[in-house]
Design a protein around this ligand. Structure first.
Ligand code: FES
Length: 340
């Protein structure tokens, strides 16, 4: 297979990029700490300047670039495929150096577990072991659908090659519509991973707060499972806050109850945001936004915790704002990957 050489300007560092791979994915496969978050064009964390050589841009209008970036000739390394040898300018991030180098390979769907009306756990198996950190994500390619989709694993790393994802059916999502309506056990896709920096850091000596909304529950389940099984963390409190629109979205209680390590170990709080649906269902739990419930529950103690969250942008924005401005939680205690 053809491969191109990518040199990082001002540093004695270069790596090979196989034909069709993006600059970012190739860098991470080579163990290079290229900055990134979403790996899908949305966040802008992976901007680079291409000093020499040509690239093909796989998503011209990716929201990760502002008009000013475009004017300055910046590119998103997660959206650029080299078509010849390159020289790029980028400030590397030692924290982005992969603990497990991403691998791309075929995966077979072997189980589907329905969780709510529009959310299910899809379980795939690869021939290679599923090596990742709890909280990371993988990029999934579905035959016939253009582009990769990022989904976080909800299980723990394993040698058997099992990759489990909690996925929500999106009303206008071509990939999730295909997955929910057409896929059956035995279907094949391609999994590329792991990616992501918002993984559990057990060495940090603070209680753990996970917050999820929608399919953002997936990485939080992985994190609470890893934390609950880690003997070093036996004295820590582990919290899971989950926000749904209606009571029928609230599946964490049954997931926690079904897991011997989580039952009695994880403190679970849930809120629903649709007042009418809550009343109609006779919901006697919290009504409102999940960040409000978090503030009400832990209040002034919030700065003593380490936060991991994943969910829709309005949720992650509101949480970050509340934690940092109202409760003065330092930014380095907050871990999430921006999927927008
Ligand atoms: Fe490239 Fe987010 S990592 S735009």
């Amino acid at each position: 297979m053809t491969s191109y050489n990518v040199k990082i300007s001002g540093q004695e560092l270069e790596f090979a990029c196989e034909e069709g791979d993006t600059i970012l994915r190739a860098a991470l496969r080579a163990g290079v700490g290229m900055p990134y978050e979403c790996n899908s064009g949305g966040c802008g964390a992976c901007k680079v300047e291409v000093l020499n050589g040509e690239v093909e841009n796989i998503w011209e209008d990716a929201p990760g670039l502002s008009p000013r970036d475009i004017k300055k000739g910046r590119k998103l390394s997660c959206q650029c495929i080299p078509t010849e040898d390159l020289e790029i300018k980028v400030r590397l991030n030692p924290e982005a150096m992969p603990l497990h180098k991403p691998i791309k390979g075929k995966a077979v769907l072997f189980e589907i577990n329905k969780l709510t009306e529009d959310m299910a756990e899809f379980c795939f198996k690869t021939e290679h072991p599923a090596h990742f950190k709890a909280g990371q994500f993988a990029l999934l390619d579905f035959p016939g659908i253009t582009g990769s989709r990022g989904y976080s694993m909800c299980n723990l790393p394993n040698e058997e090659g099992e990759w489990r994802f909690i996925i929500k059916k999106m009303p206008d999502g071509s990939a999730t519509t295909t997955l929910f309506e057409d896929y059956e056990v035995g279907a094949e896709i391609v999994i590329d991973g792991p990616y992501g920096l918002a993984y559990l850091k057990p060495e940090i000596p603070r209680d753990i707060v996970c917050v999820g909304g929608g399919s953002g529950l997936s990485p939080e389940m992985s994190i609470i499972k890893a934390a609950a099984r880690d003997p070093q963390l036996s004295d820590r409190n582990i919290y899971l806050f989950y926000g749904g629109r209606t009571p029928s979205d609230i599946c964490p209680p049954k997931l926690i109850e079904a897991d011997d390590d989580l039952r009695g170990r994880v403190k679970n709080f849930n809120a629903v945001s649709d007042v009418e649906a809550a009343e109609a269902a006779g919901w006697n739990g919290d009504v409102g936004f999940i960040h409000e419930l978090l503030g009400k529950t832990l209040g002034e103690k919030l700065p003593e915790h380490e936060f991991y969250f994943c969910g829709p942008p309005p949720m992650t924005d509101a949480l970050t704002r509340m934690l940092m401005t109202e409760y003065k939680v330092p930014f380095d205690q907050i871990h999430y990957d921006r999927f927008y």
